[in-house]
Design a protein around this ligand. Structure first.
Ligand SMILES: *[C@@H]1O[C@H](CO)[C@@H](O)[C@H](O)[C@H]1NC(C)=O
Ligand SMILES: *[C@@H]1O[C@H](CO)[C@@H](O)[C@H](O)[C@H]1NC(C)=O
Ligand SMILES: *[C@@H]1O[C@H](CO)[C@@H](O)[C@H](O)[C@H]1NC(C)=O
Ligand SMILES: *[C@@H]1O[C@H](CO)[C@@H](O)[C@H](O)[C@H]1NC(C)=O
Length: 438
């Protein structure tokens, strides 16, 4: 009982909402007053009129489960939680969250960014929230610089923030040039990416990142390139945004809708056809090509009767939210490809033989409205269409699949929240999952 209250007050104090914290304590004091025993009351001095007490703010709409070694569950604690699902500290109402390897960031309605989780790369703070946190930030803390963001993307130990005018900022670790700022020094505050281009979206992987140009709707990538992550055909690191080579994209209309990056690969949706193109590492067939171990420039993943309305690139896998012009009954099935060693494909099996073509949808027959896969471990989560229930599958060493056991593998979609809450978003990252209640 005392512990959550202390955590709440700590957070409120950090947010500068001291009066609200005082109100909460007064309410507790009032409860402790002895009940009137009846009989004539002794005259008591008139108390000074109570200061107005605003109702306590509602808790944050963010819920989290999984690993918490760096406070990435955001509930004020560090270390694995005994609870299945924890409430992120404070009363921020997030409109979106992104989950990196060991950290989480969210945008509240006005576009202000908050991050929590692992904060140190050597001596440099990487969450963009300052360094007064001893390396670990176990509750949402405001990102420095006062920017208003339209979207965020979280990689392993770094973060990208897209401004409403399309300019991109980056902060965090930069050992491979993943911030796109022209060098390999980490940045402790949001820093402009070194390009004149403006973007409509961004994705971040492990040591590299990509973004979709606003003018041409074509991708640029930067950072680690040893496995073809940059997509320019060169397989070397790039310190500034570099155009992805679209020579092998056959349609003449080479415009794209969205990007998603896994550990060492990226996939994107072709705008006119909803076909999938991937590049990067293919050792686990995560770039959906047969017979090659590296895909240096984007190649079409498969051609078939069905397309995708959304993609999620995972650690060594990818998943597609199916959209089929010809098979409306299949809209919303999820199909995954790549490594199935830890059940990432949701097929009810595990296998060391990777899959380049997602012949079967994930088990269970449900249809989903959203998917998300982690770029740093191996789980995937999806929201069931209609109900908003969260299901996850894959590796669950830190209970990131939710509800169940640690050190387990769930090879079929498994209910993530024992309370069956309706979620508006569920986001998988690292060994944790963060969701927003509807
Ligand atoms: C977008 O806004 C930021 C902040 O006001 C500014 O620094 C940047 O130059 C703008 N970008 C463009 C493309 O206008
Ligand atoms: C793009 O890739 C194609 C084939 O993969 C290659 O022939 C071409 O030289 C590349 N273009 C650039 C600008 O690197
Ligand atoms: C390319 O495809 C997009 C999406 O279908 C469409 O909006 C655009 O007009 C097309 N551009 C050309 C030049 O055909
Ligand atoms: C959640 O749903 C499952 C499956 O329908 C059911 O067994 C369980 O009792 C539900 N839990 C709650 C708290 O309603």
């Amino acid at each position: 009982m005392a512990r959550p209250a202390a955590v709440l007050c700590l957070l409120l104090a950090l947010l500068g909402a001291g009066s609200v914290a005082a109100a909460a304590w007064s309410a507790e004091d009032a409860e402790a007053e002895p009940a009137s025993a009846g009989g004539p009351r002794p005259p008591s001095p008139k108390p000074s009129p109570p200061s107005p007490r605003p109702p306590p703010p509602p808790p944050s709409n963010a819920r989290a489960w999984g690993a918490n070694g760096f406070g990435q569950l955001g509930n004020g604690e560090i270390g694995d939680s005994a609870q299945d699902v924890v409430i992120v500290s404070g009363s921020l109402q997030f409109t979106s969250v992104v989950v990196g390897g060991y950290h989480v960031c969210g945008l509240e309605g006005g576009g202000a960014a908050y991050c929590w989780g692992k904060n140190m790369d050597g001596l440099v703070p990487i969450l963009g929230v300052g360094e007064e946190f001893n390396g670990v930030v176990p509750q949402p803390s405001p990102v420095l610089g006062g920017h208003t963001f339209a979207a965020l993307a979280a990689g392993v130990d770094f973060t990208l923030g897209l401004l409403a005018n399309g300019s991109l900022l980056a902060w965090g670790s930069n050992n491979c040039g993943q911030l796109g700022v022209g060098d390999t020094d980490p940045r402790s505050v949001p820093t402009p990416v070194a390009t004149d281009a403006t973007f409509t979206g961004a994705s971040a992987g492990n040591g590299f990142a990509c973004a979709m140009r606003a003018d041409t709707r074509t991708p640029m990538c930067w950072g680690r390139g040893d496995r073809g992550q940059v997509g320019d055909g060169a397989a070397v690191d790039r310190l500034v945004p570099t155009s992805v080579n679209l020579t092998d994209v056959r349609p003449s209309n080479k415009t794209f809708l969205s990007l998603t990056s896994g550990d060492r690969h990226t996939c994107m949706l072709h705008a006119p056809t909803y076909a999938v193109y991937c590049w990067g590492d293919n050792l686990a067939r995560q770039s959906a090509q047969f017979g090659v171990n590296l895909v240096p420039v984007p190649k079409q993943a498969w051609s078939g009767d069905w397309q995708c309305s959304a993609l999620a690139a995972g650690y060594e896998h990818g998943c597609c939210l199916q959209y089929s012009r010809d098979f409306p009954a299949e809209v919303g099935l999820v199909r995954c490809w790549g490594s199935n060693e830890y059940g990432a494909l949701g097929l009810g099996t595990t296998s060391t033989t990777p899959v380049h073509f997602p012949e079967d949808p994930v088990a269970g027959g449900r249809t989903y409205s959203a998917i998300s896969a982690t770029n740093y471990a191996g789980h995937t989560c999806a929201l069931e269409a209609g109900t908003g229930l969260a299901y996850c599958w894959g590796i669950s060493f830190s209970r990131q699949v939710g509800g169940g056991l640690a050190d387990s593998v769930y090879s079929v979609p498994t209910p993530a929240d024992p309370q069956n809450r309706t979620f508006a978003a569920v986001v998988a990252g690292g060994e944790q999952t963060v969701s927003l209640v509807a």
